[in-house]
Design a protein around this ligand. Structure first.
Ligand SMILES: Nc1ncnc2c1ncn2[C@@H]1O[C@H](COP(=O)(O)OP(=O)(O)OP(=O)(O)O)[C@@H](O)[C@H]1O
Ligand SMILES: [Mg+2]
Length: 228
């Protein structure tokens, strides 16, 4: 089992300190290596919250999460950082590109902590390939401030692939893309799944993307409805 969520709950404080807003109300999920899942749900239903918790960027209030059989609660800060860097790729809803870095440098960011020169060379080659594949070759030395929203999104997508993560968490990876680019990102994700058996958890409003995932869940009132 790659990933297991057991009865995960999360609430946030609202403006009223007496009242918490329950966002996740008992989420269970089991994912073996190579499985793909789409998560649908209305705005504010907790999709990003759930991905952030799976990616160890936020913590659940209760419930347990296991990655490769190991409880995430047992990991110390250093191990959590390693987990975020090596085991998962995260495509954020807001792209979170570093403005001071070029496209190429942004794509290479997750590989920066790895010191091995051989691995770095491999990542550089992979970055070049990925940049070409999403049609950003001409822009590779430019900074994010001159990119369009869709171009930034494509950079965010390929940055998440640079370390070939076993689990890719994608928060609306095609949100501001046109049809042609939706298809190019979709094929990139499916290729990752196909060639490296990477698992995908994709939050999306696109039925085109959702229908290509093995399972589809809808997040409603803090719970998963299994729609397929
Ligand atoms: N740090 C926080 N503090 C307080 N409330 C939060 C926090 N993060 C999220 N929320 C609230 O939790 C709810 C779920 O937010 P979340 O971002 O997970 O929704 P979403 O399903 O990703 O929505 P969208 O489709 O618009 O991206 C929202 O009501 C949001 O206001
Ligand atoms: Mg969201």
């Amino acid at each position: 089992m790659l990933l297991k969520l057991e009865n995960v709950h999360k609430s946030f404080f609202t403006g009223n300190p007496q009242k918490k807003r329950v966002v996740l109300d008992g989420i269970d999920l089991e994912l073996v290596q190579g499985e793909t899942v789409a998560i649908l749900g209305p705005s504010g239903s907790g999709k990003s919250t759930l991905l952030n918790i799976i990616g160890a960027l936020d913590r659940q209030d209760s419930g347990e999460i296991f990655f490769n059989g190991r409880s995430m609660a047992e990991l110390n800060e250093k191990q959590l950082t390693q987990f975020r860097n090596r085991e998962i790729g995260f495509i954020f809803q807001l792209h979170h590109l570093l403005p001071q870095c070029t496209v190429l440098e942004n794509v290479l960011l997750p590989a920066v902590p790895v010191r091995d020169p051989g691995y770095r060379a491999e990542c550089l080659n992979r970055a070049y390939d990925l940049i070409r594949e999403v049609g950003l070759w001409e822009q590779r030395d430019q900074h994010p401030n001159v990119l369009s929203g869709g171009e930034s999104q494509r950079v965010a997508v390929i940055r998440a692939l640079i370390n070939r993560p076993g689990l890719l968490l994608a928060d609306e990876p095609t949100g501001s893309l046109d049809q042609k680019n939706v298809l190019s990102i979709l094929s990139l994700l499916l290729k990752l799944n196909d060639e490296y058996n990477a698992s995908l958890i994709v939050v999306t409003h696109s039925m085109e993307i959702a229908s290509r995932m093995g399972r589809i869940y809808e997040l409603r009132n803090g719970k998963f409805l299994n729609t397929r």
